[in-house]
Design a protein around this ligand. Structure first.
Ligand code: HEM
Ligand SMILES: *[C@@H]1O[C@H](CO)[C@@H](O)[C@H](O)[C@H]1NC(C)=O
Ligand SMILES: *[C@@H]1O[C@H](CO)[C@@H](O)[C@H](O)[C@H]1NC(C)=O
Ligand SMILES: *[C@@H]1O[C@H](CO)[C@@H](O)[C@H](O)[C@H]1NC(C)=O
Ligand SMILES: *[C@@H]1O[C@H](CO)[C@@H](O)[C@H](O)[C@H]1NC(C)=O
Ligand SMILES: *[C@@H]1O[C@H](CO)[C@@H](O)[C@H](O)[C@H]1NC(C)=O
Length: 323
């Protein structure tokens, strides 16, 4: 462990303890006795999965966001059925569910009926970021799984077309401030988006036919128009970070300074006049270590959104269905 990581880890332990005030039940050592190897089991399944899909890490991280923003971090996202959240509109290409199943299978073998699907999402997100060369942190654990899905709550997930004020308000409503918003958006330093997610910026911005989003770098806009031609396949996947979309770094923030944020919601963090997020983007562009520290802290806060604990909910045996 280098000095910086050590300090980060100590700091995050302190942060986790402070946040723990309102969620005293979550603790990084929750499975110390009941499933001591939980982290290494999750890590080994993820490493194997990378062999089949080099894009698996960003896919997994995104799942925790979509879980936590709908009724809290309760694995409701994973449930099948008519009320399923994962088939509702803002899902676009959410994926990685089969790998979550593989992790669950491995854990049921090692420590049956112990580790919840909601904790699997939280741990798998942290390990995916770390394996993607991003920061590491101690994940508070002890969440339990919901017995219902909340398809009607899917509107809680911000849209890439929302303006910054609306996005910030949604984050605020679940206890996440502007620094958390900028740090968490920085996860778009890896992974990909479908053309459908940003094509309006290239061809009919604000519903004006032929208009290109004026905050989009003109050279970049031309390149994107070639990759996402009008009338082409809108499910084609484009790197969220033009430079290094397979690794977790702070290039995303340099992209925003160059007006090369792929999603409208990304670019607005830097291009909205007078917004407090501009200075935060500049700070993270200058300092990857400040980004990493703030990101880890924000992930812990996001993971603390209304968890089920104690005897609430259940520990699902199959993440896709209630017991
Ligand atoms: C500020 C609000 C956010 C908006 C509007 C947003 C929107 C999107 C959209 C539209 C995509 C492309 C999806 C697709 O085309 O399939 C995407 C991808 C992604 N998002 Fe977000 N997102 C936000 C915040 C977050 C957060 C907080 C996380 C996790 C901590 C996250 C993780 C990801 C990841 C990792 C990808 C890439 C997925 C892949 O490669 O398969 N996003 N996001
Ligand atoms: C934990 O996993 C390691 C390998 O990853 C193994 O050597 C060890 O025996 C396991 N410990 C327990 C208690 O299962
Ligand atoms: C859930 O749905 C998926 C995809 O449709 C299917 O492969 C899986 O078998 C289902 N699982 C359960 C438990 O219903
Ligand atoms: C996402 O939703 C669409 C319909 O809105 C559906 O066709 C697609 O299968 C869903 N994706 C997943 C992973 O369930
Ligand atoms: C564009 O038009 C659609 C359909 O009329 C509407 O739902 C959407 O809100 C409009 N978008 C903007 C930015 O005005
Ligand atoms: C557009 O991007 C290029 C790098 O690709 C950069 O040199 C240039 O400054 C950017 N333009 C603006 C207006 O940010």
């Amino acid at each position: 462990m280098c000095g910086f990581q050590m300090i980060t880890t100590l700091f995050l332990l302190a942060a986790a303890t402070m946040l723990g005030g309102s969620h005293a039940q979550l603790s990084p050592t929750f499975y110390a006795k009941t499933c001591p190897n939980v982290s290494s089991i999750v890590r080994s399944v993820l490493q194997q999965a990378e062999g089949n899909d080099i894009w698996i890490f960003p896919k997994i991280v995104r799942l925790q966001f979509h879980d936590c923003f709908v009724n809290g971090c309760d694995a409701s996202l994973l449930l099948n059925g008519t009320d399923s959240e994962k088939t509702a509109t803002p899902n676009l290409s959410t994926d990685g569910y089969a790998v979550i199943d593989d992790i669950k299978t491995a854990l049921e073998k090692a420590c049956p009926r112990v580790v919840s699907c909601a904790d699997i999402l939280a741990l798998a997100a942290q390990i995916s970021v770390t394996l993607g060369r991003g920061p590491s942190w101690q994940v508070p654990l002890g969440r339990r799984d919901s017995r219902t899905a909340h398809r009607d709550g899917i509107g809680g997930i911000p849209s890439q077309h929302d303006n910054l004020a609306n996005t910030a308000a949604r984050f605020k409503s679940v206890g996440l401030d502007s620094t958390d918003l900028v740090a968490l958006s920085g996860v778009h330093t890896f992974g990909r988006a479908q053309c459908a997610a940003f094509m309006d910026r290239l061809y009919n911005f604000n519903n004006v036919s032929g208009k290109v989003d004026p905050t989009l770098n003109a050279t970049y806009a031309k390149a994107l128009q070639q990759r996402c031609p009008k009338g082409g396949d809108v499910t084609s996947l484009i790197d969220l970070d033009e430079q290094t979309s397979l690794s977790f770094d702070n290039k995303y923030f340099l992209n925003l300074q160059n007006r090369m944020g792929l999603l409208q919601s990304d670019q607005e963090l830097f291009s909205t006049n007078g917004a407090e997020t501009v200075a935060i983007v500049n700070r993270f562009a200058r300092s990857q270590s400040q980004f990493f520290t703030s990101f880890a802290k924000a992930m812990i806060k996001m993971g603390n959104i209304s968890p089920l604990t104690g005897t609430n909910g259940e520990v699902r045996l199959d993440c896709r269905k209630i017991n």
